[in-house]
Structures are given as C-alpha cells and as structure tokens.
Design a protein around this ligand. Structure first.
Ligand code: S3P
Length: 174
C-alpha cells in the first residue's frame, strides 16, 4: 500500500518517544503537526497535570475524544496522541480514518528509566509508579496492538532513528 498521501498518526505508551518523533517527522516532511495533548492544553488554558488534578481523568478523556473527533487536517499531517487515546474505541476508529497508525513501543525497563526521573505524568503520581507502568502497559498492550498498522520498538533508537524507521516502514522517501 502507498501510505504517502495519508497522515501519520503516532500512538503508544507514555515515554516511547511520540512527541520527539512527531516533531522530527513534521520538520523533515514539512507536514503540519497536531499534538492532542497540546491542543487540549491550549483549549482549556491549563497543563495536563492541572486538568487531571482539578477536573479529573474522566474530564480529560472527554476533551481528548473531542479533540480527536474534531481533527480535520486539510493535507497529510503528523498527529501525535496521548498514551491513553486507545482506551476509547471511537478514538481509534477516527484515528484510523485519518491516517496510518504507527505504534511506538519500548521495553518496560526502558520506560521505567525514562518515566521515573521523576515524571510529571499525572497517572504516575502514585506510591509505586514503576508498578503503575507495568499495570497500565498490561491493560493497554492489546489495545495498542489492535489499533496499529505498524509497530516500532524505540528502545534502542535515537529520536532520529525512530523517525527514519517510521519513514522506512511507510515507504516514504527521506
Ligand atoms: C496519558 C498520557 C499522556 C497524557 C496524559 C494521559 C496516558 O501523554 O495524555 O497524561 O493515559 O497514558 P503522553 O503519552 O504524551 O505522555
């Protein structure tokens, strides 16, 4: 399949490198970048941490779905999503309409190293964040698998190598 005319949608667990890969892809291809977390923060004029602590996770999920449903790129774009976007099937349906869904994964040890240093992620503000990462991953792994057209393990890759691997996997000329 020729993916070159479709947007690239990045999904995957926190800390797998979606944001940096998204930025690099946007620069290299000169495609617009949409980042669902950034769009939510802009809309509510609050950080993700503030949204979770004052409005709660459920409210955040509503905003996340709203942003995903309203995405309407007028040309192929890079779409970066938050790690929990796959929790709602309707988000996944929409993202798959928008483009080729690329899931970034990493070994759990690497995620723990990257995310616990310390993390500002609201879901990791718990007594045992290392265990929380394992539990969230266990719950979400099948959702990421089901949503993805392509999966790339970023554990031993630099951000530039992640961007290269995505372009290679989608057969987009660099
Ligand atoms: C979340 C991941 C975060 C952000 C929010 C919830 C999650 O995005 O959307 O904190 O549920 O995994 P990143 O994946 O960019 O960290």
């Amino acid at each position: 399949m020729n993916h070159s005319a479709r947007s690239i949608v990045l999904i995957g667990f926190m800390g797998t490198g979606k944001s940096s890969a998204g930025r690099l892809l946007s620069q290299r291809l000169d495609w617009p970048l949409f980042d669902s977390d950034a769009l939510i923060e802009k809309k509510l004029k609050m950080s993700i941490g503030e949204i979770f602590s004052t409005l709660g996770e459920e409210h955040f999920r509503e905003e996340e779905s709203d942003v995903v449903q309203r995405l309407l790129p007028t040309r192929p774009s890079i779409i970066v999503t938050g790690g929990g976007v796959v929790l709602r099937g309707s988000n996944v349906v929409r993202l798959r309409e928008l483009g080729t869904v690329v899931c970034l994964t990493s070994e759990v040890n690497d995620l723990q190293k990257r995310l616990l240093c310390p993390s500002d992620r609201p879901l990791l503000q718990v007594e045992d964040p290392g265990r929380a990462i394992e539990q969230l991953l266990e719950k979400r792994a099948p959702l990421y698998r089901a949503a993805a057209d392509v999966t790339i393990n970023t554990s031993s890759l630099s951000p530039d190598q992640v961007a290269d691997s995505i372009l290679d996997a989608l057969a987009i000329a660099k």
